[in-house]
Design a binder for this molecule. Structure first.
Ligand code: F0G
Length: 415
């Protein structure tokens, strides 16, 4: 990889910078850190080089993250822990366009990643950096998907992983993954925000390497959702990019990616980002409604357990992104989320509840006249349908019918 382009950690609030290899998640001033470069990475690579890698048989080129490595992180290839990941599909369905009242509506399905969620895009970078730094153990707090992804990548890298889970609030599929991949699973009495605070303290005092999206490496990986999407669309940016919002990592990463390619003229317009929150877990929406005068916190409760977060850690980055992209923050009820999920499931695509918040958000903004019927809209589906089977079964209107093992019984059932 290119050695002369220097990466470092930069504060998003003051002018402080730190070595890219320093293990820290906040500036001395208390603000968040991000990966910055001495010159834009866009001067070192072209869209054509990225496109060519799609044809390569090299494992890093085949990764939907490391195929965009100039924009991600400059690491020796021997340190990179790739499954490989990414290269997810983009779906359109007439049924779903009709459901939302938007003709040009596409879904980028990040549930098609190796551990079943978008988290793998950031985790491959954070765990590769952990390997590069020679740390012994990696840790996260999680509503489920981050823990599943971390456990998978740590297993791949041969690192010990510790996951802090809000007790009783994780869907079965995700918990089974974390256990199956071999993580040390700690059920914390309290909610995600409690677990998040505890893992930060534990990282500091016990020397665990933190890989929540507070870690700037994670967001560099998640930017590739945008690069891959744009590549799939021939670098034609949509009008709207709609994403479920919890800890606000994706909102932050998407904005960073879009601003980087827009500044280089790789896209001619900036899509407006829509962050969709569950009404029962809506601190970012409350702040937006308040013209971002302050960061709100709530006690979070929603059927979409993945985004049951009351104090999002990436708040300050996400505020900048909404402002820079003329974005919108909205909220949808659990009923609206499950209705949108049923539509996505019945279209044969399927997703977990939190992911469906994106489609529910489009419906809401259509009703409000903010998104127009002829706008070009992309929703990001963040997690796989199999992550939360209980939610699917509980909401289903059709059911399993028990019948006798006879032809008559089958005929009767079909009548
Ligand atoms: N969708 C899914 C399926 C998620 O798992 C998450 C976050 C989000 C959306 C929200 O993304 O935090 O970038 O705003 N899940 C984290 C976890 C918190 O622990 O798995 P965000």
């Amino acid at each position: 990889m290119n050695q002369s382009l220097v990466e470092h950690l930069a504060c998003i609030s003051c002018s402080a910078t730190y070595s890219i290899d320093s293990i820290r998640y906040h500036c001395d001033c208390g603000a968040l850190l991000q990966v910055a470069r001495t010159e834009p990475w866009t001067s070192r690579v072209s869209k054509e080089v990225w496109a060519m890698r799609q044809l390569s048989t090299n494992v890093l080129d085949q990764s939907g993250v490391w195929g965009f490595r100039e924009a991600v992180l400059n690491l020796p290839s021997t340190d990179i822990v790739a499954h490989p990941e990414g290269r997810t599909r983009l779906y359109t369905r007439a049924k779903l366009s009709a459901f939302a009242g938007v003709e040009r509506l596409a879904f980028k399905h990040e549930g098609e990643n190796p551990s079943g969620s978008f988290k793998d895009r950031g985790m491959t970078v954070a765990v590769s950096q952990a390997k590069h730094l020679g740390v012994q153990a990696v840790a996260c707090a999680s509503t489920g998907n981050t823990s599943a992804s971390l456990a998978a990548y740590a297993a791949h890298a041969g690192l010990k992983s510790v996951v802090f889970l809000p007790a009783g609030k994780i869907s079965t599929g995700k918990l089974a993954q974390a256990i199956g991949y071999g993580a040390i699973c700690l059920a914390i009495e309290g909610d995600f925000d409690t677990a998040m605070a505890l893992v930060q303290k534990s990282a500091e005092k016990l020397g665990l390497y933190l890989v929540n999206s507070l870690n700037p490496m994670r967001l560099e990986g998640q930017k590739t959702i945008i690069f891959e999407l744009l590549m799939q669309r021939n670098w034609q940016a949509p009008d709207w990019l709609v994403v479920p919002a919890g800890n606000l990592g994706n909102t932050s990463a998407f904005g960073k990616a879009l601003l980087e390619v827009h500044a280089a003229g790789w896209i001619s317009k900036l899509p407006r980002i829509v962050s969709v929150q569950a009404a029962g877990a809506n601190p970012f929406y409350l702040s937006y409604r308040d013209q971002f005068r302050r960061a709100h916190q709530v006690k979070a409760e929603t059927v979409a357990t993945a985004i049951q977060i009351g104090a999002p850690v990436n708040y300050a980055k996400a505020v900048n992104v909404i402002k820079a992209t003329q974005g919108v923050v909205t909220e949808v009820t659990d009923g609206e989320i499950m209705c949108a999920k049923a539509a996505i499931d019945r279209a044969g695509i399927g997703c977990e509840p939190a992911s469906a918040a994106s489609l529910a958000g489009v419906v809401k903004l259509r009703e409000q006249g903010i998104i127009k019927s002829n706008d070009d809209v992309v929703c990001v589906l963040t997690g796989n349908m199999l992550k939360d089977p209980e939610a699917t079964l509980k909401a289903a209107t059709n059911e399993v019918r028990s019948i006798a093992p006879t032809l008559e019984a089958v005929a009767e059932a079909l009548r």
